[in-house]
Design a protein around this ligand. Structure first.
Ligand SMILES: [Zn+2]
Length: 190
């Protein structure tokens, strides 16, 4: 290889090599070989036929669904098997799935991330400002109820966002102190 681009000879060699190349059907369970269409017309075949293409996606979808179910099972209180066996099943499913093409249109969802549980903004602001309004408390209550339901049979549960009476008292004191400091600063400035 030259340091930049290629020489005519290298290019001719590449052409010769490419001309004799074919490729396997993208279905991991299919051994068919496909030849590249040299003419510009029509799409290049990635599968030997439509049925092979469809069955590839069906199989991939079902493997992914199984993987998702196995991963979720880790988090259940009543696991269908020991954690070790679940991990073994997960590893094998990932091993099988590594052979499947990823869907360029649907993108590759990340299994482990799942749906994040974000508390409502009113709750986040109430925490930041140490100011639990009735509205923020109601939002926190609804959010906690939803999380209780979602995590009903999981091993780990998120910490409730609704503040305990003690936490509310501390928040009120902290807020009062901060306001007092702000008043002092203002008085000092004028
Ligand atoms: Zn095929």
């Amino acid at each position: 290889m030259s340091s930049f681009g290629m020489t005519r000879e290298e290019y001719e060699n590449l052409l010769g090599e490419l001309a004799s190349r074919d490729a396997r059907c993208l279905n991991p369970d299919c051994d068919a070989r496909l030849s590249y269409r040299a003419s510009q017309r029509g799409r290049q075949a990635l599968y030997c036929d439509d049925e092979c293409r469809r069955s590839t996606w069906r199989r991939r979808r079902s493997l992914r669904a199984s993987l998702q179910a196995v991963i979720e099972s880790h988090a259940m209180i009543e696991r269908p098997a020991t954690a070790q066996r679940l991990r073994a099943a997960e590893a094998k499913l990932r091993w099988l799935l590594a052979r499947y093409p990823s869907d360029p249109s649907a993108g590759d969802e990340d299994f482990d991330s799942g749906q994040a549980d974000h508390p409502p903004l009113s709750v986040i602001f109430a925490r930041m400002d140490d100011d639990w309004t009735e509205e923020a408390l109601a939002d926190a209550g609804r959010f906690d109820a939803r999380m209780r339901l979602k995590y009903l049979n999981r091993r780990e549960r998120p910490v409730p966002t609704t503040p305990t009476p003690e936490a509310r008292r501390r928040a009120a004191i902290a807020r009062e102190q901060r306001l007092e400091v702000e008043r002092l600063v203002l008085a000092f400035d004028t």
